[in-house]
Design a protein around this ligand. Structure first.
Ligand SMILES: Cc1cc2nc3c(=O)[nH]c(=O)nc-3n(C[C@H](O)[C@H](O)[C@H](O)COP(=O)(O)OP(=O)(O)OC[C@H]3O[C@@H](n4cnc5c(N)ncnc54)[C@H](O)[C@@H]3O)c2cc1C
Length: 417
């Protein structure tokens, strides 16, 4: 049965993350919003040390267990639950700074989901050793956003050198600049090995930073999450080793989409995490509005019939209800993932709901707080700008709702577009 009980060790981890969000992120959030493209180096270095220490301690625990011949402790996996909380709490601290943290990111999630043990060893197991590194995931192109099956970037196999040769352009890639330029970093790139095969020809490839033919073409100026670098990447005869393909190089016939489905599986893990990030902003906003209402002596009268409430009370309760509903959907999607149950429907559902909820909650907060809500003195206007991206990346709200509809009514992507 699904359980919303949070294990004690996850609570303890959350307390530590909360301290980081409060002391290291909130105080610098406005500065990096106003200084787009300035790197939060001190914060990144601090986080790198924390993550390196955690990876080291986990490796030590594993080694000790193996030396003692002790079995792995028997408890349900909480890997995705912990990841969800990390994103929620850090996003409460600052959603943009969270995206600057040196980590494998969505590229790492793809390797984790479909990579071979050798690829995991090469790109993930020693990630936090040495200098800071970043990972990124590059799917979107000038002519392929929601319609991922229309990807034009090509990966041609060169039998003479046993390499893949990539050609194409990717746009709006989160952490693309750091992942493309910092030694040891990597980008997971979606490309087609056979355009005539449609979806079945689309595969993903790990491209290490600094590979000749791989360049960061530009960094975007944005409405929100301005501390996060969002870059355009170009691949011109970019050669990578054969072993850098994720999953099988086989192309099934055009009606077979197993390979494509394999890469799409990454979204089942990443969408709930993005939903968690959205809900961190939503919680920050609700808490802030509550604080301001308390200061103004306005109490929310829970329990009264709706028609007896003031408009403000109704609006505030709606914000809380939207937040709670999205959070429960997200917990369900993550619980299913940790318990190895297929969750494509639930992942799309929670992402669609959380993206919409955070957009509405932050807009309503700006509205409720009057001119001060719109002022740069408070962070609410920034949260409203930061919120919208959660309804765009990892599948827009419309696309996620389309997935939900297909899954519920049993339509294929060809039948319901
Ligand atoms: C800040 C930022 C960071 C990003 N980071 C990454 C990243 O790290 N990696 C990456 O690969 N991409 C990234 N993206 C790209 C993002 O995933 C795409 O913008 C998104 O998938 C939408 O694609 P598009 O922009 O081409 O819009 P389009 O697909 O052109 O859609 C435009 C509008 O039409 C709607 N629409 C499209 N098709 C349908 C349909 N069938 N039914 C109903 N409505 C539809 C969409 O919902 C949207 O509202 C990022 C984007 C931004 C802005």
């Amino acid at each position: 049965m699904i359980s919303f009980e949070i294990p004690e060790y996850v609570r303890q981890q959350n307390d530590q993350i909360r301290m980081v969000a409060e002391s290291q992120m909130r105080p610098i959030a406005r500065h990096y919003d106003e200084h787009e493209h300035e790197r939060p180096t001190a914060f990144n270095e601090f986080m790198w040390q924390v993550m390196a220490m955690q990876q080291q301690m986990a490796a030590q625990r594993r080694a000790q267990r193996e030396a003692e011949g002790a079995p792995r402790p028997k408890r349900p996996s909480t890997t995705n639950l912990r990841q969800l909380f990390m994103f929620e709490i850090m996003s409460w601290g600052d959603a943009a700074l969270l995206l600057t943290i040196p980590m494998p990111g969505l590229g790492g999630a793809a390797i984790e989901a479909v990579g071979t043990p050798e690829q995991k060893e090469r790109f993930l197991n020693h990630f936090y050793e040495g200098d800071m590194k970043w990972g990124a995931m590059a799917i979107t192109e000038p002519g392929a956003g929601s319609d991922t099956a229309n990807i034009q970037t090509t990966a041609a196999y060169d039998a003479e050198t046993n390499e893949w040769v990539l050609n194409g352009e990717k746009i709006f890639i989160t952490a693309g600049k750091m992942a493309g330029e910092m030694p040891g970093s990597f980008v997971v790139v979606w490309a087609t090995v056979d355009k005539s095969a449609g979806r079945a020809g689309i595969k993903s490839f790990i491209v290490p930073a600094g590979t000749p033919g791989f360049t960061v073409a530009k960094v975007e100026h944005k409405l929100g999450i301005r501390a996060s670098d969002t870059a355009a990447l170009v691949f011109e005869n970019c050669r990578i080793p054969y072993e850098n393909i994720l999953g099988s190089p086989e192309v099934q016939d055009a009606t077979e989409t197993r390979g494509f489905k394999g890469v799409m599986k990454t979204f089942d893990a990443s969408r709930p995490v993005v939903a968690g990030g959205a809900l961190g902003i939503a919680r920050a906003t609700i808490e802030f509005v509550k604080e301001k209402l308390d200061e103004a002596g306005v109490a929310i009268r829970y329990g009264l019939p709706r028609h007896k409430l003031t408009a403000l009370e109704r609006d505030f309760m709606d914000m809380e209800a939207q937040h709670k509903a999205a959070w429960l959907l997200t917990l369900r999607a993550v619980w299913m993932l940790d318990n190895e149950r297929p969750n494509t429907l639930e992942a799309a559902m929670c992402k669609a709901k959380a993206g919409l909820a955070v957009t509405r909650i932050t807009q309503k907060a700006v509205e409720m707080l009057g001119p001060m809500g719109y002022s740069r003195q408070w962070l609410v206007e920034k949260w409203m700008r930061d919120a919208k991206i959660n309804d765009i990346y990892e599948g827009t709200g419309q696309i996620n709702m389309l997935i939900v509809a297909r899954r519920i009514f049993g339509y294929s992507s060809r039948e319901l577009k």
